[in-house]
Design a protein around this ligand. Structure first.
Ligand code: HEM
Length: 201
């Protein structure tokens, strides 16, 4: 489907009015919200030390987890649409930087991971796989997805646009946030999923 020049500029002016800022600004905002907030919280839900719903059953935590992950994936898709459309409007090449390429891989991975998560809600869909095995694979690939998200954020923070606005100590402080949260999540997932005997069934 192709949009006429008229309907394109109308869509752009509506987006600008809704945003109050340029379309581009939605990209870092939605991506940071997706990975640093929704996805981080979706994983911390299972933390034995800092879960916001520590005393709830594992089943309830699982429900909060998939709702937050769905929000994270939706924000990531909207963030990708914002930058893709903005580049299209400015006739700039797509996926031409490491950030663009790793970012695209990250969003595709997040979508696949979410689809994989459906098999945990309906284990009968994955015939021949035990629930324990599915959970372990989901946790391991989820960790890879989170690491990809952190890498995309750091590459985004290394872009000319960001380093022109934020530099010196403030840049290092900003970069510390995804790095620290990744270390926390890595420690949580490896200690509770990878090494436990309870998944050897
Ligand atoms: C996990 C989070 C992120 C993902 C998955 C992601 C993904 C992407 C993708 C796929 C593109 C290329 C789109 C195209 O070529 O059509 C892109 C471009 C861009 N992103 Fe991100 N992004 C993320 C976070 C950020 C952040 C936090 C910033 C700023 C601090 C940022 C700044 C930019 C800039 C300046 C561009 C245009 C230049 C380029 O293509 O490298 N991004 N992003």
């Amino acid at each position: 489907m192709t949009l006429s020049v008229d309907s394109e500029s109308r869509l752009y002016s509506i987006l600008r009015r809704v945003a109050g800022v340029g379309l581009f600004s939605w990209h870092p905002f939605l991506m940071t919200f997706s990975f640093s907030f929704f996805m981080t919280e979706a994983l911390l839900i299972f933390s034995p030390d800092s879960s916001p719903i520590q005393h709830f059953s594992h089943k309830i935590k699982g429900r909060y987890h998939w709702i937050l992950q769905t929000l994270a994936t939706t924000c990531a898709l909207l963030g990708l649409a914002a930058i893709f459309y903005n580049k299209h409007l400015n006739s700039k090449p797509h996926f031409a930087t490491w950030h663009g390429l790793v970012g695209l891989l990250t969003v595709l991975f997040a979508v696949m991971q979410s689809l994989g998560g459906v098999s945990l809600l309906f284990p009968k869909l994955a015939k021949g796989w035990s629930l324990a095995k599915l959970k372990r694979y989901h946790a391991a690939s989820g960790l890879v997805g989170y690491l990809l998200g952190c890498s995309s954020l750091l590459l985004g923070m290394s872009s000319l646009w960001f380093t022109t606005a934020v530099h010196s100590l403030r840049w290092y402080l900003a970069a510390l946030c995804p790095i620290l949260s990744t270390l926390v999540i890595m420690n949580q997932v490896t200690s509770s999923y990878m090494t436990k005997k309870r998944f050897q069934t």
